[in-house]
Design a protein around this ligand. Structure first.
Ligand code: HSE
Length: 335
């Protein structure tokens, strides 16, 4: 009987994925899938396969074997392939990433991305295009890396009116500030270290000038307050002016300097927002968030204070969030 039911069981479905970009995060996502494939596949009750990868650099040693035939330099091989269900966009940068995501949606593909710059710049266009094409658009990895903040704000915390958010949202700058504060490292050495570990943007200017944190604050405000503020309209100061003296001065006042993204809903309904280095009193939980860890402190009118903590950058934590979105789509959207 067992062999009869095996023989007649329908073949397991395969969820086919096209991956745009195999840099640090693309590699981390691929590795996370290989590492946890049995658990992921049993959760979605289907096979999950990255079948095509848009990437020119096929020679780079990624520490994982990727069959050469998966690589393509033609994005249409992904967009026009009727077998591909989901496109993961991990190219970074606003263009061509935004156009690629829109094209994928227009071709009926669900889209998952970690690209905060593209989402922050084109939030409504991406959301509207997904809706018009009846596809899912998920971007958990774009804010807080591996921390499941966006799904929590829009899921279990949805019953709240949100009042405030304070976040350490950039792993590179938090790593630099931690190394300067705890190890006395100079700024350049700490930045090189963060780059070597795959936390920094391709051009770390976006990290150290606070632009990356502003992109993430744009996304948080859109979801929490239903208010879109373009990142360039958020008053933003980075960490390039932080000196040893400023760090010592903060220490003498029982404080630690952190790059904080802050937004608050005022009584009149307006939202105030900024990204800047702040002297956090050492009694505040955000003062003790170190290295590439991120934390998001949220106040809701029913839940009160909640804080989320985890690795905000790096290939595997980000890969964890990307694959969480894939699982969500496979379980709840594709069915
Ligand atoms: N460069 C970003 C950071 C990567 O350091 O946080 C994660 O978004």
């Amino acid at each position: 009987l067992a062999s009869l039911s095996e023989a007649t069981a329908p073949p397991m479905k395969t969820i086919k994925i096209g991956l745009l970009g195999m840099g640090n995060i693309g590699t981390g996502t691929y590795k996370t899938l290989e590492m946890n494939r049995p658990e992921i596949e049993s959760t979605v009750d289907a096979k999950v396969e990255i079948v095509k990868i848009l990437e020119r650099d096929t020679e780079r040693d990624r520490g994982i074997a990727v069959p050469k035939e998966k690589f393509t330099s033609d994005p249409d091989e992904i967009f026009k392939d009727p077998e591909i269900d989901i496109v993961i966009e991990l190219l970074g940068g606003i263009e061509p990433a935004t156009t690629f995501m829109l094209t994928a949606m227009e071709n009926g593909k669900h889209v998952v991305t970690a690209n905060k710059a593209a989402i922050a710049a084109n939030y409504h266009k991406l959301m509207d295009t997904a809706k018009a094409n009846n596809v899912a658009f998920r971007f958990e990895a774009s804010v807080g890396g591996g921390i499941p903040i966006l799904g929590t704000l829009t899921g279990p915390l949805r019953a709240n009116k949100f009042e405030e958010v304070l976040g350490i949202l950039n792993g590179t700058t938090n790593y630099i500030l931690t190394m300067m504060t705890q190890e006395g490292l100079d700024y350049d050495t700490a930045l090189r270290d963060a780059q070597a570990q795959g936390f920094a943007e391709a051009d770390p200017t976006a990290d150290v000038e606070g632009i990356d944190a502003a992109n993430k604050l744009t996304i948080l405000m859109a979801l929490m307050f239903d208010k879109y503020v373009a990142p360039q309209d958020i008053p933003t100061t980075g960490i390039t002016q932080i000196t040893k003296e400023k760090i010592e001065e903060a220490r003498a006042n029982n404080c630690t300097i952190k790059l904080i993204a802050h937004a608050k809903k005022l009584e009149n309904g307006e939202v105030e927002y900024e990204v800047k280095p702040m002297n956090m009193d050492n009694s505040h939980p955000l003062a003790s968030i170190n290295k590439e860890f991120n934390a998001v402190f949220v106040k809701g009118n029913a839940v009160d204070d909640v804080m989320f903590y985890g690795k905000g950058a790096g290939p595997l934590p980000t890969g964890s969030a990307v694959l969480g979105d894939i699982i969500d789509i496979a379980k709840n959207v594709m069915k």
